[in-house]
Design a protein around this ligand. Structure first.
Ligand code: URA
Length: 278
């Protein structure tokens, strides 16, 4: 039997009765060096064909009552209902993490991520920092903000004297493929878990790290450069107090634009002032 292996990047087409392991190894290292981290499908996709017509969205469907024993399917309304139910049942951060691990309703989970990345830091801290999404380093270690931008974040929190007061999490718990930003739909279906994290920690203030975190939690459409440094009220949909939320610049942005570190520093000082008791 003949096997054909075609490589879009190099144009190579290997034909053999059985794949030559050295040729395969060379091809895979080429892909790895080019930054290709994962393979999405076993069969080839004909990208010359027009894209399939999108299915029209379902309108006016609001899931208000979680169904007992509900299994999330591809339907985002059912998935959101399941997320709400699982989050409501969690009694502490550990059971919340297990609830996220058991949740199959977020498509991100099946796009190549290795594990759930939930949180790190002081669960009794008075600040909850919420970033956008785990990246490659976080996916490997299972902890948020452990790569280069996380190291910068830690240094800044330490310099502002609030590192020991902070618990860090993200708006989504699986690393999106190709290091892309999480979509609003992915953030929405996981929002009950984020909200439960806030309810369990009961922070005095929330630090929203980056535009996607600010958008996900506050529903604001303005860019992060407009939102940063201003206090907003986060209310959530479950009973509980309103909490002050402060958007700031993402450390990945600061690594590229170091002149903006000054602005992020001002935000952290503002945040640290909330810990001073009147
Ligand atoms: N960027 C984020 O927003 N979160 C992480 O955990 C890592 C990088």
């Amino acid at each position: 039997m003949y096997r054909f292996i075609s490589d879009d990047l190099t144009g190579t087409v290997l034909t053999a009765t059985a794949p030559d392991p050295r040729a395969l190894e060379a091809l895979f290292s080429f892909w790895a060096e080019a930054g290709v981290e994962m393979c999405y499908a076993d069969s080839p996709v004909d990208r010359t064909l027009p894209p399939p017509r999108p299915t029209p969205p379902k309108l006016n469907l609001v899931a208000t009552t979680p169904l007992p024993g509900l299994q999330a399917g591809p339907d985002p309304v059912l998935a959101l209902a399941e997320a709400r139910q699982r989050a409501a049942e969690a009694t502490d951060l550990e059971s919340l993490k297990s609830a996220i691990e058991a949740f199959r309703g977020c498509p991100l989970r099946d796009l190549g991520a290795r594990q759930v990345v939930f949180g790190r830091g002081n669960p009794k801290g008075r600040i909850l920092a919420i970033g956008e999404a785990p990246g490659v380093d976080e996916d490997l270690q299972g902890l948020p903000f452990v790569g280069r931008s996380g190291q910068l974040l830690d240094r800044m929190l330490k310099a502002a004297g609030i590192f020991d007061e902070t618990f860090i999490t993200n708006t989504v718990y699986w690393s999106p493929p190709g290091n892309r930003q999480p979509t609003q739909a992915e953030q929405l279906v996981l929002s009950p878990f984020v909200e439960k994290t806030i309810r369990l920690i009961q922070p005095r203030a929330i630090l929203l790290i980056g535009g996607m975190a600010a958008k996900g939690l506050l529903g604001k459409d303005e860019g992060i450069l407009k939102l940063r440094g201003q206090w907003f009220d986060w209310a959530g949909e479950t009973p509980g107090p309103t909490i002050k939320a402060l958007p700031t610049l993402h450390p990945a942005f600061l690594l590229r634009q170091s002149a903006s570190k000054k602005l992020a520093w001002e935000d952290l000082l503002k945040l640290s002032e909330t810990l001073i008791d009147p």
